[in-house]
Ligand binder design. Structure first.
Ligand code: ARG
Ligand code: GLU
Length: 717
């Protein structure tokens, strides 16, 4: 291959030197350099102890929890621990006003009391395998990127089907290094996962959105669940005959405590990062995208907040929505700050210049990477335009934007199938009827109306006329440009503004209901936006994105050839990864230095009965007053700690392990100054935040009085 030839003429430069802490490593590829680095830092086990297909190992104790979090096995009876915020939905679903587990917490006192969660799964990794050759087999080089992707999809489908023939496993092939490598994952999915215990939100969510993404933190963000299996220890739908799952491996818990400098390692399922993006991408985000998106979210949050302040019921209805909007909003702000502070664009440009020089120096007119940068240069401007438009659409139509408009859109399939497919239609009718109670339960119309008016105005002000849905012209003509007036009018006419009216329309669904809903002005507004999305944004964006993906694939190859004796880690893609680092404080803004550990005293110091997110429950205060820490009968009770592990969203709930592979903490967040690590890791400031396992043990013993759980665990003192 051509780039093998290039290898011989390249200069061995080390421009992007990975710091020891950076990297989300593939567990099956640790042998050699990576495990040696880990051992140099203090790790006492070897690669086979982490990932092996021949013996029980750490990977057998780490699972995907639900769709996006990580959890780990902590007993031989299927007990798992994850974050409170990962189990939030389940805890909420079991809560009613009289049994409010969100507020008061929940602790099963025996297995019979555990709560069933119909839609919750946990996923084990049985094994993973490099299948790059089979994925690319038979695909001619002459095809373009998009054509190749189609062939690749076909191959993947076949590989997945073959891999699990006659088994109860699931298979998934995923691209790594921007499509330069492919791995097959064989998984086992368990479907009977029950809630065992959760602290009150006042403890599990202490500090709320205010403290979110921040250090120092005093939040005991954990919850316990249990996996059940059939009598053969295999996955099964819920049944009362199911028995606790007997795992191949569960983690031992170290109650010995931590100190600064200790080796830490984390395993989990990081969702997505973009470490090898060209400077153009960072430039686009900082210049064109984040300022706009943060502005929209700021408006959303301020409107929701103004209603929440007035009315406690609205406060509750919009609590989860607010948290979701604010979580990403806050991260974007942190990312911008962090990227600017470490001069990310300049650093990337400098590196790209080296690559350009290397390409130019090769004197090869047909250098395979010659076109990468000129193409990036020409694509990104146009790309930013559609990228922004797409993001705007998402902010308006999804992500808690124009809620009623979005909700009306969910009726499209019902209407579309009415004339053509009666069976599908009746399915959709059942779903629509069900959706009514869940939608309106957490909906407040005046708030949504104000938000809709705001978002419609922002869209019009910010995006070029060619991307305006035709509604804007109607507003200009019939409502003299008055968006307020327009929204008030359509909300008055719409059936979606009145849940009773909507229910009765669905009750005996007939031609009249069909015609009525089809002409509903709120749904028309939805369709209007959707039409622009479908005709002027989606495909244009997709086309440019494919072109950029194709360049990213080449650029990744180029980087790997250029620094051929460096070991690279692939971007996160929701597959199992290993990261390692140390327990470590960090430098914040000027003159600020952060220590690595917080304690219960800090939580008590933050106690503020006036602020809903900072109310320490009386029982915890009492335990504090009497220093009644059980087996931690000393003056301080550790609560959270930070370390330099490279993590991202999806790592929530990940086990933090010490040099012996014993559990010392549960990962739940990152510190503000380092959230840009998804794009560029900075060892000085990037820290993951974990709950100290000793607090969990104390809590189960002294607060939850669930000693039987401690007896199941393997606790090393
Ligand atoms: N920032 C963490 C994450 O990205 C925690 C989010 C949940 N906590 C919250 N206060 N909203 O998932
Ligand atoms: N809280 C995040 C999660 O749910 C982890 C924090 C991060 O992004 O590192 O996955």
């Amino acid at each position: 291959m051509r780039f093998k030839l290039l290898l011989t003429i390249q200069l061995l430069l080390f421009s992007i030197t990975l710091t020891a802490e950076e990297g989300m490593w593939i567990p099956s590829l640790l042998k050699g350099y990576t495990i040696e680095q880990m051992q140099k830092k203090g790790f006492k086990l070897n690669a086979e102890d982490i990932y092996s297909v021949n013996k029980a190992c750490l990977k057998d104790a780490v699972v995907i929890f639900g769709n996006g979090c990580t959890a780990e096995l902590i007993s031989d009876k299927g007990l798992i621990i994850t974050n409170h915020h990962c189990g939030f939905e389940q805890i909420q679903k079991h809560s009613t006003q009289s049994r409010n587990y969100l507020k008061d917490g929940f602790w099963a006192q025996n297995q019979q009391e555990e709560l069933i969660n119909p839609d919750l799964t946990v996923t084990f990794l049985i094994k993973m395998e490099d299948v790059t050759d089979s994925v690319l087999a038979g695909i001619p080089d002459s095809l373009n990127y998009q054509q190749k992707q189609i062939e690749i999809e076909d191959n993947i489908e076949r590989i997945e089907a073959n891999a699990i023939k006659n088994t109860h496993y699931k298979a998934k092939v995923k691209p790594f290094f921007h499509g330069n490598q492919y791995f097959l994952f064989i998984n086992e999915v368990f479907k009977d996962v029950r809630l065992v215990g959760a602290p009150p939100s006042a403890i599990g969510k202490f500090g709320g959105n205010t403290d979110n993404w921040m250090w120092p933190r005093h939040n005991a963000d954990f919850a316990l669940f249990r996996i059940y299996a059939d009598k053969n220890n295999r996955p099964a739908e819920y049944s009362e005959n199911n028995i606790p799952y007997f795992p191949k491996k569960h983690l031992s818990i170290s109650a010995k405590g931590i100190k600064e400098g200790d080796f830490t390692m984390l395993m989990g399922y990081p969702g997505s990062t973009n470490q090898y993006a060209p400077s153009h991408h960072i430039h686009m985000l900082l210049d064109q995208i984040y300022p706009e998106l943060t502005n929209i979210r700021k408006e959303k949050l301020s409107i929701i907040d103004s209603y929440q302040r007035k009315d406690e019921e609205i406060q509750i209805k919009y609590a989860v929505k607010y948290a979701k909007i604010s979580n990403t909003y806050k991260r974007w702000i942190g990312e911008q700050k962090g990227l600017k502070k470490q001069k990310a664009i300049e650093a990337k440009i400098k590196y790209e210049q080296e690559i350009k020089n290397w390409i130019n120096d090769s004197l090869d007119e047909h250098h395979p990477y010659k076109d990468i940068f000129p193409k990036y240069d020409s694509l990104y401007n146009n790309y930013a335009h559609y990228f922004l438009a797409l993001k705007y659409m998402y902010e308006l139509l999804f992500y808690n934007g124009m809620e009623l408009v979005e909700y009306s859109g969910s009726f499209k399939p019902l209407l579309n199938n009415y004339l053509s497919d009666p069976i599908k239609h009746s399915q959709k009718l059942i779903e629509a009827k069900k959706s009514i109670s869940s939608f309106y339960k957490n909906y407040h119309q005046p708030l949504d109306k104000e938000l809709t008016i705001k978002l419609l105005s922002i869209y019009k002000n910010k995006l070029p006329e060619e991307l305006w849905p035709k509604t804007y012209h109607t507003i200009d003509k019939k409502f003299k440009g008055n968006i307020d007036h327009f929204v008030n009018t359509i909300y008055k006419k719409s059936a979606f503004t009145d849940s009773l009216k909507l229910s009765s329309l669905l009750k005996n669904f007939n031609k009249k209901s069909y015609l009525k809903l089809e002409k509903d002005p709120v749904l028309i507004l939805y369709q209007d936006f959707y039409f622009v999305y479908g005709s002027k944004i989606y495909y244009q964006h997709k086309d440019l994105e494919d072109k950029i993906s194709s360049l990213n694939q080449q650029y990744m190859q180029a980087i790997k050839v250029y620094q051929s004796n460096k070991i690279f880690y692939p971007d996160a893609n929701s597959t199992l990864r290993v990261t390692y680092g140390n327990v470590k404080g960090y430098e914040g803004d000027d003159a600020i230095f952060y220590d690595y550990q917080t304690t219960l005293s800090g939580m008590i110091e933050k106690d503020n009965p006036e602020k809903s997110d900072f109310k320490v429950p009386a029982k915890l205060k009492q335990l504090f007053t009497f220093k009644d820490y059980g087996q931690y009968n000393n003056s301080t009770l550790p609560l959270c700690f930070i370390a330099s592990n490279h993590t991202t969203g999806g790592n929530s709930g990940s086990p933090v392990l010490n040099a012996d592979g014993h559990l010392i903490g549960i990962n739940f967040d990152r510190a503000w100054e380092g959230v840009m690590s998804d794009l560029m890791y900075n060892p000085k400031q990037c820290r993951n935040i974990s709950l100290d396992i000793r607090f969990v043990l104390f809590f189960i013993e002294k607060y939850a009085n669930a000693d039987y759980l401690l007896k199941e665990m393997t606790i090393l003192k």
